[in-house]
Design a binder for this molecule. Structure first.
Ligand SMILES: NC(=O)C1=CN([C@@H]2O[C@H](COP(=O)(O)OP(=O)(O)OC[C@H]3O[C@@H](n4cnc5c(N)ncnc54)[C@H](O)[C@@H]3O)[C@@H](O)[C@H]2O)C=CC1
Ligand SMILES: N[C@@H](CC=O)C(=O)O
Ligand code: NA
Length: 428
């Protein structure tokens, strides 16, 4: 057998520990598939003395994470996290030293992906990030390689395991989201700052990476319209179910003549749609190509084993000598495309209002809808346990987002409303 691929590993938490376990458990099989052994030679993390359930005593320990770029390794794996700070310093140092780089860090890629890809291309070394989007699902490989012959019109899906875990629990147990978040954190799915998960930022990071590969456009994280699940209540989940839908946080990117539209938002997904049946921390991505048609990628989007599986798959690709530009085409060939106007997007909407239970409230809401040109498909009013208040749920006919926003804007601040209305898109 030829020389081993020597790996330096930064970050020994959920995913880093998983990578060590995968490489140990499947050592022989991986070596046969890669054509040579893959060996960790050096590691770095914040606390040397911590018990991680994996033995790291056989590897060189470096307190300075950036120094891994200068150690005797062919490839550096970054599993520290954070858009900037030590992760970015390590990425720049590694690619600058002409070594391959593997990361699960979607935040860093969303903000600095083009710069890092340019560095990798200039040095002719691999930059790989399968674990950064949808954890163990080979969706980067699927889009970058499997769909390389297609013009992709739309890519969308469930990109955050924490939110999906929370929404599934709210669905099956009728609990509110705050109660369930701590469970997702304990299982190792949540980001170190869980607001990235529940406010849709993590899914937006991932969506911007998918868009770049799918459409051949420059990364444009700043153009993603972002919403989360913080305001979705157990009552919304129950209303959606009664209407024939499940609530899911969906990242949606589509390209047309006017540009690329990217949005992360809570959606009502019809029971008949495959995304409605994606539960727990599972992720699923749908991609539509002009020759292959619609593809569905589904599986574990978070957690130590699945995410580490994707990291090690990248290492096996590198050991085999598989190369090519990180984004399926050189950064210089990526198109600079204007963001499509969010307000011009059309769709049906679920609108929920907590209202004072008094004469004229429904007429006020209906008038705001009428004046904004939004046609109501159905309207439900329910009394809620808080005396004197009611819940009004409206499902609209298809309308431009700008019209719905205008109706909500007119109602904001109304004495009839107790709190901010909730708007969820309905997936077609
Ligand atoms: N946990 C998951 O299910 C998934 C995580 N990811 C990404 O993988 C990366 C790692 O995530 P986890 O393993 O969950 O995080 P974690 O918090 O479990 O582990 C982070 C590791 O980095 C080390 N670290 C943190 N700050 C450091 C610093 N300043 N200098 C040196 N070492 C430092 C910590 O000591 C720890 O060993 C993140 O980018 C995350 O977004 C991606 C997909 C799934
Ligand atoms: N926090 C993320 C982890 C994987 O990317 C998630 O919940 O999906
Ligand atoms: Na993946």
């Amino acid at each position: 057998m030829t020389t081993a691929l020597r790996v330096a590993l930064a970050g020994l938490g959920t995913v880093g520990g998983g990578v060590i376990r995968v490489l140990e458990t499947n050592r022989e099989l991986i070596a046969r598939r890669a054509g040579r052994p893959i060996e960790i030679v050096a590691v770095s993390a914040r606390d040397r003395t911590k018990d991680r359930g994996v033995d790291v005593s056989g590897y060189e320990w470096l307190d300075d994470t950036t120094a891994l770029a200068r150690c005797d390794a062919d490839v550096v794996v970054e599993l520290v996290g954070g858009a900037d700070g030590p992760a970015l310093a390590l990425a720049r140092a590694t690619l600058g030293a002409g070594k391959g780089f593997v990361t699960a860090n979607k935040a860093m890629l969303a903000h600095h992906g083009a710069e890092l890809a340019e560095m990798a291309e200039a040095a002719r070394v691999p930059l790989k990030f399968e674990a950064a989007v949808a954890g163990g699902i080979p969706v980067i490989k699927g889009l970058r390689e499997g769909m390389a012959a297609n013009a992709v019109s739309r890519v969308y899906g469930i990109l955050n395991g924490t939110c999906n875990f929370i929404l599934s629990k709210m669905e099956s147990e009728g609990r509110d989201f705050g109660d369930v978040l701590a469970e997702a954190q304990a299982l190792g799915f949540a980001e170190s700052d869980p607001s990235f998960d529940i406010d849709g930022v993590d899914a937006a990071h991932k969506l911007s990476i998918l868009s770049t590969i799918a459409f051949g456009t420059r990364p444009a994280f700043a153009d993603v319209a972002i919403g989360g699940i913080r305001n979705v209540t157990a009552a919304d989940v129950a209303e959606a179910e009664a209407l024939g839908y499940r609530v899911r946080l969906v990242g949606m990117a589509q390209a047309d003549a006017s540009g690329v539209f990217q949005r992360v938002h809570a959606h009502l997904v019809p029971h008949a749609h495959p995304l409605a049946h994606v539960t727990g921390s599972t992720n699923a991505v749908v991609a539509e190509g002009n020759f292959v048609g619609r593809l569905l990628f589904q599986g574990a989007g978070a957690g130590d084993g699945p995410t580490a599986s994707a990291v090690v798959a990248d290492l096996i690709d590198i050991a085999r000598g598989e190369a090519g530009p990180p984004y399926a085409m050189p950064v210089a060939a990526l198109a600079e495309v204007a963001p499509a106007a969010a307000g011009a997007q059309r769709g049906r909407a679920y609108l929920r209002f907590a209202v004072a239970d008094r004469v004229g409230v429904l007429a006020e809401i209906a008038a705001a809808m009428r004046d904004a040109g939004v046609s109501i498909e159905s309207l439900i009013q329910r009394a809620v346990p808080v005396e004197g208040t009611a819940l009004v749920v409206i499902v609209t006919h298809e309308a431009p987002d700008a019209h719905i926003e205008a109706a909500l804007e007119r109602l904001r601040g109304s004495q009839s409303l107790a709190g901010e209305p909730l708007w969820m898109h309905i997936l077609d």
